[in-house]
Structure formats: C-alpha cells, structure tokens
Design a protein around this ligand. Structure first.
Ligand SMILES: C[S@@+](CC[C@H](N)C(=O)[O-])C[C@H]1O[C@@H](n2cnc3c(N)ncnc32)[C@H](O)[C@@H]1O
Length: 298
C-alpha cells in the first residue's frame, strides 16, 4: 500500500494531521516526507503496526502516546503513560519565568529554580535550555525537577539527556517541595533567590469528571486531579514553604503556578492566609482565561 492509499482508506475516520503524524512516526520519516511522497510504497511488515496505531487513535488514544513524543516550547519531549502530555497553555508559565528573570529589576544572581510536579520535565528543561540567554552567569543558576512518580522522573531524565541539560538539572523524587527543602542548608543568605514553578494536579472533582474520555482513559489521574476544588496540592506546597526550616525571609521566593481560571479567587484566599504580605498577580492565557498565578514572598 502507498501513503496515499492509507490516507484515502482512513481519512473519513481520522483527522488528516493525525494520520500524517502516525504515518511519519511508523515509517521513521518526517511529516514533510509523508506530504511530498504520497506514492511511497509502505513495506508489508510495517503495515500491520501502522494499522494498529491508527486503530488506537480512532479509539481515542492521544497522538502523543502513540508516537511517544510531544513538542513543547519548540523542543521535542518523550512522553509515555506515566507522564502527562505537555499542554500548549503551559508554555505561558515558561514565558512568564523567563520574562521575570530577564527583567531589569531582577538582580539576584544566585538562583535556584525548582519545578514541582515535573512530569516529562518539559518546564524545567525548557528553562534550562533557554538559560543560556539569561543575562547572568548560568553557573549561578541551579535547576531542580521534583516528582512523586519515579516512572515520570525516568522520562524527565531521558528528556534532559536528549536536550543536553542532564548535568544542569537535579531530579528528586518526593512529595512536593519536601525533597528540595530537606537538602537546603540554613546558611543561605538573602542574596539567594528561589523560583518555584508548578503545574501540579489542579482539576477539581467536577472538572475531572467532565474531562474528555481520552484524558480520563489514558492520562494518569494522579497528574490531573486534586482535592479542595483542585487546590489541595498548591495549598500543601505553600504550607511546606511556610513551615520549612528555611525561613522565607532568607530567600527571595517567587512562585509561578498554573491554574484553572475559576481558581483565581479561592487560591488568592489560601495564599493570603498563609503569606499575608505576599504580592499576588495573575496572568491570562491567549484565550483570555486566568492561567498563571505569580506569588512573590519577601
Ligand atoms: C499536571 S502534571 C504536570 C506535568 C508537567 N509539569 C507538565 O507541565 O506537563 C502534574 C505532575 O505532578 C506530579 N505530582 C502529583 N502529585 C505530586 C506530589 N504530591 N508531589 C510531587 N509531584 C506530584 C504528577 O506525577 C505529575 O507528573
């Protein structure tokens, strides 16, 4: 069978782009190749596997889990069933952190950037890759990626190797900030800055229940759902920070949290209860929905 014949056979059952991506992946070629070489004869040994992948997609399996890859912030990331598929809206969180560091008011050179709930490592790897553009010495930045899932961390480490930043990022397993805070020496001074990024599970019970079947069937629930209207993880993270042996007064702490739009007010309340003097702001995504919460704790 040729590429053209496959496309003809399945084009009424599957999105054209998905078909092209599956073809490219199965043939070990680029999507451009698939587009240009429609008369390419597919080897018989490859046909069964190709049809199997197409049938998985028809049943709703996300394309990224079929190809094992997803693009995020212009980089290619390996994903599998243990990691969430990185979402385009999360690129905004990376943008916000990069702008924050590039900001002329940002003068602190000794900075630790900690990504909590790192999953495939998409956020921290994108930050570490773009760190070469920071106006400060990159040696003054330390990067950490934390996840509770050992399986997700295996993928994150592979991705760090793929992008040549494995030496820059320390990956730690544990509950939220705990593995990072445990290792911090109380000798840090106010010249240190801690930037926390987190795209933790934040879907409330109701939103999780109404999520598309593809999401519920294939993506890990532990990466999506959180109690307390979706805010239990962020609540606990802020409490860890507050009660840690490392007082926030020793660090300039800035947190960047991805949220669901309706969480703006309830999250603000939680933050004010724990850090009454914190500076809180929110950013909207391209669709005009509140997406990133920025907290500055002095
Ligand atoms: C919404 S996913 C985000 C993954 C990735 N940062 C991204 O943007 O695609 C949330 C991640 O948080 C991790 N996670 C869930 N509970 C956690 C906890 N208590 N401590 C650390 N990580 C946790 C999950 O394993 C999952 O990888």
């Amino acid at each position: 069978m040729t590429i053209e014949e496959i496309i003809k056979k399945y084009s009424n059952k599957l999105d054209r782009l998905d078909l092209e991506l599956i073809l490219a992946h199965s043939l070990g070629k680029t999507r451009e190749f698939v587009l240009v070489h429609q008369d390419y004869e597919i080897q018989t040994v490859k046909i069964e596997n190709l049809k199997f992948k197409i049938s998985q997609r028809i049943k709703g399996k996300p394309i990224a889990y079929i190809t094992g890859h997803k693009e995020f912030y212009g980089l290619d990331f390996i994903v599998n069933k243990n990691t969430l598929v990185p979402r385009p809206e999360t690129e905004m969180l990376v943008e916000n952190v990069l702008h924050f560091i590039q900001d002329t008011r940002y003068k602190i050179q000794d900075t630790r950037i900690v990504d909590v709930g790192t999953g495939s490592g998409n956020i921290i790897i994108s930050l570490a890759k773009n760190a070469k553009n920071f106006k400060f010495q990159i040696s003054n930045f330390k990067f950490y990626g934390i996840d509770i899932s050992a399986e997700a961390l295996k993928v994150a480490k592979k991705n760090a190797r793929l992008h040549g930043v494995e030496k820059k990022i320390k990956f730690l397993q544990g509950n939220l900030l705990e593995p990072f805070l445990r290792n911090i020496k109380p000798s840090v001074t106010s010249h240190h800055s801690l930037i926390i990024t987190a795209n933790l599970p934040y879907l409330s019970k109701e939103i999780y229940q109404s999520a598309p079947i593809d999401v519920k069937k294939y993506e890990p629930k532990s990466a999506l759902y959180s109690a307390e209207g979706g805010l239990a993880h962020y609540h606990e993270l802020l409490l860890q920070l507050k009660t840690s042996h490392v007082p926030c007064s020793m660090f300039h702490v800035s947190c960047f949290l991805e949220i669901s739009p309706e969480q703006k007010n309830p999250l603000s309340k939680i933050i004010k209860n724990i850090f009454p003097t914190a500076k809180i702001s929110f950013e909207k995504d391209l669709a005009g929905k509140w997406r990133v919460c920025k907290i500055e704790i002095q």
